[in-house]
Design a protein around this ligand. Structure first.
Ligand code: ADP
Ligand code: MG
Length: 383
């Protein structure tokens, strides 16, 4: 049975009628990691995996929501005090509340939803869930909220109702994704540009290291602090530098004596990564996927050796990718676990996947998960 059929069938069984179908995808990020807080760009794209929801107003003030995948149904009201206890339902409740805060009048509705974005693997199943409901409810209840504001609805849902302090990349990619395109996005201004991504003869595949390292200190805040230290040192001479994205290696080298060795390494990565993203956009516009792949490998190297956010598992997968002749491979996401993203020529694909599974399993005693993805359209009504 297709996902659509399963959702339709359960909706009919539960509510005795049928509603409108909405879909929003998860996302990948090709290059541009730890660049957002350094004033740079990211380069995400929506994927062909997402959340599908059937939604219909029910004329009451209550929401009845059924998750196919978690086999659970929850009912809740739409006042601030009605927050449901099931965490998955908080995403839907949060979206409704954030839309209400923006003047939307949202009535009760019934919904059944299902998805194929792996949960917690770094492909942003949560943004797919938020965006499906933000986009769908906005149409159904004729709220007239524009798509950039819907991005913020998703982001604020995570902040205010799910306890996750995220940026806007995931929701933006889920809502603005376009088949055959990545999005060069400035996360602080939401300015964006579509960049063609049509790697004929290549596949894009994620390999999940199925490992998350919970660290005692907060490495994310430490990395940010290092970058800020470097900015301060550079700005003594170049006072227009507000972020590392405004600086270059010459300026960082001038300031080298004023910062620690660690801060210097972190800042080197951030400056180089920003440049790599710019170079990658140029290569993509030329259809030069060999250069794209080289840059992707260079990002891994930088994240591993300079920014030091890799793990033995992710470095292992990266080495296997190199040995198998993969065009480009790197850690995707902030680091310390999750997936690698791999651009693989068609004729190298099967061997890479088989080798990665066999070698990783032999080394770590657990099997990595494989998620092939295609760059696809963002949020939409499908029926
Ligand atoms: P991710 O990196 O995938 O976004 P998160 O931890 O941010 O991981 O979000 C995962 C959460 O989103 C799940 O724990 C669940 O509450 C919700 N979720 C995502 N996909 C589904 C789904 N198909 N069905 C129900 N809930 C889902
Ligand atoms: Mg998430």
């Amino acid at each position: 049975m297709t996902e659509t059929t399963i959702v339709n069938k359960l909706f009919k069984e539960k509510f005795g009628t049928s509603g409108d179908l909405y879909f929003s995808p998860g996302r990948i990020n090709l290059i541009g990691e730890h660049t957002d807080y350094n004033g740079g760009f990211v380069l995400p794209g929506a994927i062909d995996k997402g959340i599908l929801a059937e939604i219909k107003p029910n004329g009451s003030t209550k929401v009845r929501a059924a998750s196919v995948d978690l086999n659970e149904t929850v009912e809740f009201g739409l006042n601030e005090s009605d927050k449901p206890s099931a965490s998955w339902a908080c995403y839907i409740f949060g979206v409704c509340r954030e839309m209400q805060k923006r003047g939307a009048v949202i009535g009760g509705f019934d919904t059944v939803f299902s998805g194929d974005v792996p949960l917690g693997a770094g492909l942003s199943s949560s943004a797919a869930l938020e965006s499906t409901f933000a986009f769908g409810l906005n149409e159904i209840f004729k709220c007239g909220i524009d798509k950039k504001e819907l991005v913020l609805v998703g982001q604020k849902t995570e902040h205010n109702y799910c306890g996750v302090n995220c940026g806007i990349m995931d929701q933006f990619a889920s809502l603005f994704g376009k088949e055959g395109n990545l999005i060069r996005l400035d996360c602080s201004t939401m300015e964006y540009e579509y960049v063609p991504f049509n790697p004929k003869g290549y596949k894009l595949v994620l390999v999940d290291s199925v490992t998350k390292h919970e660290l005692v200190d907060s490495p994310y805040n430490k990395r940010r602090q290092s970058c800020e230290n470097a900015v301060k040192a550079i700005a003594k001479k170049h006072d227009n530098v507000k972020f590392l994205a405004d600086a270059n290696m010459d300026w960082l080298n001038e300031a080298k004596a004023d910062i620690s060795e660690e801060d210097y390494k972190r800042a080197t990565y951030a400056i180089q990564e920003n440049q790599r993203l710019a170079d990658t956009v140029i290569a993509l516009k030329k259809g030069d996927y060999a250069t794209v792949g080289k840059n992707v490998f260079a990002t891994h190297e930088g994240m591993s050796k300079l920014y030091e956010v890799s793990t033995v598992e992710l470095d292992f997968l990266n080495d296997v990718a190199k040995e198998c002749g993969v065009t480009g491979s790197r850690i995707m996401g902030g680091g310390f676990g999750g997936c690698t993203i791999n651009l693989v020529a068609d004729d190298k694909y099967d061997n890479f996947i088989q080798t990665a599974i066999a070698r990783f399993t032999a080394q770590f005693g657990k099997e990595p998960k494989i998620y092939p993805v295609k760059i696809s359209d963002g949020a939409r009504k499908i029926g």
